[in-house]
Design a protein around this ligand. Structure first.
Ligand SMILES: [Zn+2]
Length: 237
């Protein structure tokens, strides 16, 4: 069930039936020359739909909230198309959204995050709402929390890399410019914060080698991650 497709009257009825609301959060951000700017929303949204279906088979209903598209993306802001929201603005915005869901009487809110720069603002927003409301917020950073499973499928993991490119090939192959999928792993032993650090750490908006990406790997990642999330939520909801 997608909240944006309901009327308020239907929403009112469904609210009483569902065990949780699931909020996908992502970013609008450069993902190499081969992946679309919306990659970090496309992935959690697809996982959300699969999780919803799996939970339904177990007799648990959830509501998928409209995603939060714009995220905090300082490092990749050196590339056109990255629409960076400051961490503090994102924190306050997400806090208000979470608070509204808590006041709509949802006692469990699942955040399914698709973007690294959002992690700290999401934790802070959740803590703030959990302090003031009787609500449990479950924050899932899918590519971090299920890294072990993903690395059984892909040889490496990284921004616009093998795992993310595979996932996009499974979700929307027509949006992947495969012939432009190039890159390499770059790292720094410490976090260097400088306006143009993205040019060094993410050349062309990539930080991994995406050449080994396939649709099959993407399908396996989506399947294992959504299965793991559904099992986890079955125990928590
Ligand atoms: Zn991404």
């Amino acid at each position: 069930m997608r909240m944006e497709e309901l009327t308020w009257e239907e929403f009112e009825k469904i609210k009483a039936k569902v065990s949780a609301v699931l909020l996908p959060v992502g970013s609008v951000e450069a993902h190499g020359r081969h992946l679309p700017l919306g990659t970090d929303v496309f992935a959690p949204l697809e996982i959300s739909k699969r999780v919803e279906k799996k939970l339904k088979e177990k007799g648990i209903e959830i509501l998928i909230a409209p995603p939060i598209w714009y995220g905090h993306s300082f490092v990749l802001n050196v590339y056109p198309g990255t629409i960076n929201v400051k961490a503090d603005s994102l924190r306050r915005y997400v806090r208000d959204v979470l608070r509204e869901f808590a006041e709509e009487s949802f006692s469990k809110i699942v955040i399914l995050n698709g973007h690294g720069g959002n992690v700290y603002p999401l934790i802070e927003a959740s803590e703030e709402v959990a302090e003031s409301h009787d609500v449990e917020i479950i924050l899932i950073n899918w590519w971090i929390d299920f890294r072990e499973e993903i690395l059984k499928i892909c040889s490496s993991q990284g921004h616009a890399g093998e795992d993310e490119t595979s996932v996009m090939l499974a979700i929307a192959p027509e949006l992947v410019r495969t012939e432009k999928a190039k890159g390499e792993k770059r790292s720094s032993p410490v976090r260097v914060i400088r306006r143009d650090i993205g040019l060094e750490l993410f050349p062309n908006g990539v930080n991994d080698d995406p050449q080994g990406a396939t649709k099959e790997k993407g399908e396996r990642i989506l399947e294992v991650v959504s299965e793991r999330i559904a099992t986890l939520l079955e125990g928590l909801l």
